[in-house]
Design a protein around this ligand. Structure first.
Ligand code: HEC
Length: 220
């Protein structure tokens, strides 16, 4: 058996083939999976395309959604008939709200006020007395000595109506509502007071200053 010659072209060919195979394997094994394209990142320009699409859709919906607002959408809403619909507001319920927000800090939820400092509204002859007086008192405020249910007070109530110096700026209908409320609460027996009554006094007195009880007592 002859030893294979170094110059055997078949061996040379095999050796070359082995080397090239090894090199090829090395190349393949050395690669990380990412390089092979299996996990290619999203092309950046596609990202811009989607961002643009979202922006366009948002703008489109904003412009052409017919002012649809899910927060105020009412599926049972009836289309307007065109006629002005009178909204019935219960003056006592409205008055109670105003009393709680405006008067209660001083006159208290009990309507009893604070002895020696704030006069009571419960059982007060001022509250149930002539409408002409109580409207003026609450709209423009009262200052100085006042007698309520036999007790003396001498403090001041700031204006509550839409008049100069008022902290609350209650409109005429709100003054009417709060008066209607206090005149029937805590066992009080005064009748309701209308917006028209309040508006008439507002028009007549204009920018009157705070009243004194003396001035108010002259008004019948
Ligand atoms: C900052 C405290 C304060 C607020 C707020 C206040 N009052 Fe008075 N109120 C007084 C004081 C004090 C007097 C007595 C004034 C005086 O001493 O001259 C008074 C007097 C009155 C009187 C006449 C006397 C009586 O007790 O019947 C009525 C009626 C009245 N207030 C109703 C109201 C109503 C209604 C509101 C809310 C819209 C209101 N007040 C808000 C402090 C307040």
């Amino acid at each position: 058996m002859n030893a294979p010659s170094q110059s055997d072209p078949r061996l040379e060919q095999a050796a070359v083939t082995d080397e090239s195979l090894l090199a090829a394997h090395e190349k393949v094994l050395g690669r990380r999976p990412d390089d092979q394209g299996h996990y290619r990142l999203l092309p950046l320009n596609l990202l811009f395309v989607f961002a643009g699409l979202i922006f366009f859709s948002g703008t489109y919906l904003n412009l052409y959604s017919g002012h649809f607002n899910p927060a105020i959408y009412n599926e049972h809403a009836k289309p307007h008939t065109g006629a002005a619909e009178a909204v019935a507001v219960d003056p006592v319920a409205l008055g109670k709200k105003i009393f709680t927000g405006t008067c209660q800090t001083c006159h208290q939820i009990t309507g009893l006020g604070l002895p020696g400092a704030i006069p009571p509204l419960a059982g007060s002859e001022w509250v149930m007395g002539p409408e002409e007086r109580v409207i003026r008192a609450v709209m423009y405020g009262v200052q100085g000595a006042i007698k309520v249910k036999g007790a003396d007070f001498s403090s001041a109530m700031p204006p509550n109506g839409k008049v100069p110096g008022s902290g609350f700026n209650l409109s005429d209908d709100k003054i009417a509502a709060v008066l209607t409320y206090v005149r029937q609460e805590w066992g009080n027996t005064g009748g309701p007071i209308t917006t028209e009554q309040v508006a008439a006094i507002h028009a007549k007195e204009g920018e009157h200053k705070q009243w004194t009880s003396e001035e108010l007592l002259k008004i019948q």
